[in-house]
Design a protein around this ligand. Sequence first.
Ligand SMILES: [Zn+2]
Ligand SMILES: [Zn+2]
Length: 254
Amino acid sequence: MADLLNFFIDLLYPRRCRSCGRSTACGRPVDRSRAADGTDLRGRPTDFFCDKCAGDIYPIKSPLCTVCGVPFPDGSGDDHPCFECLSQSPGYTAARAAVEYKGTVREAIHLYKYGRLRAMRKFLGPLAARGAEAFFPDAEIAAAVPLHRRRLARRGFNQSLFLAEYAALSLDIPLDLDGLSRIRYTRPQVELSSAEREENVKGAFAVEGDEFAGRRVLLVDDVYTTGATVRECAKVLKESGAEAVYVLTVARAV
Ligand SMILES: [Zn+2]
Ligand SMILES: [Zn+2]
């Protein structure tokens, strides 16, 4: 009955794919929980994307760096630390991302962040939850990479906080809302080169209180690009006594 009702709703108000613009109403039942490669997506991606675009999603696969999580291009052998992580510790304990920052997920993150489409958290949040369960099941407290209050006022929401909420709920751990904050306004990292990014976020974060002391912290962000932001956050979390800092992002630039 509900299916029949949905069929008529789709017929009257065809939904458009947020990525390619095609109508997602086709009148036949589709598996709304799996990408084309069989990846469990849960968040009903076809609420936003057509079947074709829902398959344009790329989970990050082993072999990868056991520290920063970068996948190795040759695609064979075991996980091991990469050259960069061996020569200098990134400051966090480990970083992992659920999927590659391309295709439909890239489109979704753009709509979410720059198009301020809050509803997109229903698609991206479950990816964060799945990553938390798969990579960091022993995390004890979650926190989101904070926005400066000026940027928060402009965007209206912290995109990473919604994602951290999904991750914290899936692990059944508390989500800290104000222990980690951004104390300095910085230029958007997306405009900067790798070296500039490092400089840009230096001293931008601070920890207040002792919520993180002696605990394994799950630090959540939307995208891992150069890692400059999360490295700087990890530094202050460690200084405040965090036992471990796990970095979880929905996507990673590969
Ligand atoms: Zn599409
Ligand atoms: Zn590495």
